[in-house]
Design a protein around this ligand. Structure first.
Ligand code: MRU
Length: 354
């Protein structure tokens, strides 16, 4: 299937007792779907970024837990829970930074432990919970979109918004966080254009965000990451909105590498810098961003373009996939509960404990 005929984008679909994932490593050239019926395959799909984006990998991991649970051959509750812990560990080891993954796994484990039923009943509850996590994320992202409209600058009427990485339908259950706000702004006639950073080295902006915008007819201009400061200096950008992979209790935010420099440049040009994320991205257990584990990926993401190696042999590489933006650079975090200052995040700790 070519990628130009897609109406609704749902990166994770549960159908006929299997999970179907849009293969995000092949977009935009090819729209293809990968069928997953084993937990190990789900772990591999998350690791290799067939499915990616913090909320989407949370949803995928939840289904991974169910797929693993389904295969456990025992009627003994204690044995079942022990094996489920192992499945949880396998999924936890796929990617370290996005906390939604760990949040979804914990929620699945908790429901299993709290359930008073037999093994078959626990399995049924695990499936219901994975489906609930998916549906909730869809609704949450729509609420984030609405809440974003309230805090966007009121002038000009039609805004030009810069974004980084991919935070759209592909990265969530199906609407998007930062791109969800942009989508809502487009529907409300408040958007002139999106500037999408290409997002080196994996190019989620150039490949995925631009593709999603095209599906919906949203005007989009792709720039390389190094052009963002120039565009801001030229007065071309009214606001910056990015997503998040993990937000510490003090509002420090980890997101795709390059986000931190965008926040600094936005501040230098007096341009509001927003983070859009669900509360499932907040990690109340860590006090600040220095404790967020930063994933390092294979250096071939830097030295290889297509099949061509671009660097001399003997060169060393450093490839962190995320960076941390201090709370002080963030004007507001747009959540499903409203747009709140990063310093206010902590106030929600008790209300949202799972
Ligand atoms: O490495 P990725 O592609 O999984 O990174 C994704 C991001 O950094 C997104 O900005 C973040 O997960 C927010 S997605 C709604």
């Amino acid at each position: 299937m070519t990628s130009s005929s897609v109406n609704h984008i749902y990166p994770v679909i549960w159908q006929n007792d299997k999970v179907f994932l849009i293969d995000q490593t092949r977009l935009p050239g090819e729209y293809s779907v990968v069928e997953i019926s084993l937990c190990e395959d789900m772990a591999q799909a998350i690791r290799t970024m067939i499915v990616r984006g913090a909320p989407a990998i949370g949803v995928a991991a939840a289904y991974g837990m169910y797929l693993g649970a389904k295969e456990i051959q025992t009627t003994n509750r204690e044995v079942f829970l022990k094996k489920l812990e192992k499945i949880a560990q396998l999924l936890r080891e796929t990617r370290p930074t996005a906390v939604n993954l760990f949040w979804a796994i914990s929620r699945m484990l908790k429901i299993a432990y709290e359930s008073v039923g037999n093994v078959e009943q626990i399995k049924a509850i695990l499936l219901e919970t994975a489906q609930a996590i998916q549906l909730e994320d869809l609704k949450t992202c729509q609420a984030i979109g609405d809440n974003g409209l309230i805090v966007l600058p009121s002038e000009p009427t039609k805004l030009t918004i810069l974004t980084h990485c991919n935070t759209g339908s592909l990265a969530t259950a199906g609407y998007g966080t930062a791109l969800g706000v942009i989508r809502s702004a487009w529907r409300e006639n408040r958007l002139a254009r999106v500037y999408a950073d290409e997002t080196r080295p994996r190019l989620q902006g150039a490949k995925l965000t631009a593709w999603e915008c095209v599906q919906e007819g949203i005007p989009v201009t792709v720039i390389t990451d190094s052009m963002a400061a120039h565009c801001m200096q030229q007065g071309m950008i009214d606001a910056v909105i990015v997503g998040a992979d993990r937000i510490a209790a003090n509002g420090d935010t980890a997101n795709k590498i390059g986000t931190y420099s965008l926040a600094i440049v936005a501040q230098a040009h007096n341009i509001p810098f927003f983070v859009a994320a669900p509360f499932s991205t907040v990690d109340f257990s860590i006090s600040d961003g220095s404790q967020i584990p930063i994933e390092e990926r294979h250096p071939s993401e830097i030295y290889q373009i297509g099949n061509t190696e671009i660097c001399a042999s003997g060169v060393e590489f450093y490839n962190p996939a995320f960076d941390v933006t201090p709370a002080s650079l963030i004007k507001a975090i747009i959540t499903e509960k409203g747009a709140i200052s990063p310093q206010e995040i902590i106030n929600y700790r008790r209300e949202l404990a799972i």
